[in-house]
Design a protein around this ligand. Structure first.
Ligand code: C2E
Ligand code: MG
Ligand code: MG
Ligand code: MG
Length: 274
């Protein structure tokens, strides 16, 4: 068929590529504009201590209010922001806004829990991140322990030496560091020992299988034990059921985050939790 109608076939292909490129460029431009117009928002998800049952932290998760009706989730824009480099400025925005929010809570007389902000691979390989964090702390005057950064395991391992240097500088500012999505990369805990971190977050994929898959349960158990032996705090991501929560508590996991305890919610709800 393609041979019989080569032109038509080419036409079809080319239109398809054009449409996709156009969509993508539009998305990129809109995102750039969104950053300028302050249309990005942070939602907050609570983290609970499995020993005291109290809220001990919150993770800031980015959303894009593309139109008054359309709230775009990270899966719809983080990857593209990462590819076009916009993620560096977006990440700086997130750090500053989380810090400003903590300052607002403090000024309102509340006792804020530490807020964790996600940091992308590209940001982590960029020296400016240290300055971004320093300036956010300076501008807001918040205690640095109320801010924490989450970097994914794969990022941490991508250029270990460079990342370690950067993390040391950030930690020297007093900010906490967590390794996100732990277990999805190929690093061992022994390897992690070189990293100046405070906490690891066990990836949701292991947590969701705890009750049904012996291997996942074993991985979670071993990860908790080893992390503790290295003096690291352990957070379990994506805890959705009582059964998972009980299992994790039984294994002395420190903190749980997931729909069982609370979904990511806008600032008004987070302020009520606080
Ligand atoms: P993450 O950092 O691992 O964040 C956890 C994700 O799991 C969030 O998805 C959260 O809503 C979701 N989650 C939490 N509890 C549960 C649960 O019990 N069940 C299920 N099914 N999901 C749960 P979200 O908000 O869509 O974010 C996805 C990813 O996008 C994040 O994964 C993070 O890698 C990235 N991201 C979000 N905000 C930012 C940001 O400000 N900067 C950067 N660089 N990345 C971000
Ligand atoms: Mg995270
Ligand atoms: Mg994660
Ligand atoms: Mg994740």
């Amino acid at each position: 068929r393609a041979k019989a109608q080569p032109r038509a076939c080419f036409q079809f292909w080319s239109n398809d590529i054009n449409t996709r490129m156009h969509k993508r460029l539009t998305l990129e431009m809109d995102l750039r504009q969104a950053l300028r117009d302050d249309l990005l928002v942070l939602h907050y998800q609570p983290q609970f201590s499995l020993t005291t049952q109290r809220m001990v932290g919150m993770e800031a998760l980015m959303r894009w209010q593309r139109t008054p009706e359309q709230l775009v989730m990270p899966i719809g824009f983080i990857q593209i922001a990462e590819e076009c480099g916009l993620i560096v400025d977006m990440g700086a925005w997130a750090v500053l806004h989380a810090a400003r929010q903590v300052a607002l809570w403090l000024r309102a007389g509340l006792t804020p829990v530490p807020i964790a902000v996600n940091v992308s691979a590209r940001q982590c390989l960029n020296r400016d991140l240290v300055q971004v964090v320093r300036l956010a702390l300076q501008e807001t005057g918040i205690p640095p322990q109320l801010l924490s950064l989450e970097i994914t395991e794969t990022t941490a391992m991508s250029d270990a030496d460079q990342v370690i240097g950067l993390l040391q500088d950030i930690r020297a500012l007093g900010v906490r560091l967590a390794v996100d999505d732990f277990g999805t990369g190929y690093s061992s805990l022994a390897h992690l020992k070189r990293f100046p971190i405070d906490e690891i977050k066990i990836d949701r994929s292991f947590v969701s299988d705890i009750a049904t898959d012996k291997d996942s349960a074993a991985i979670v158990r071993a990860t908790i034990a080893l992390a503790h032996s290295m003096g690291l705090q352990v957070v379990a991501e994506g805890v959705e059921t009582e059964e998972q929560s009980r299992y994790l508590a039984g294994q002395h996991c420190d903190v749980a985050q997931g729909y069982l305890f609370g979904r990511p919610e806008p600032i008004e709800v987070a302020t009520r939790w606080m």
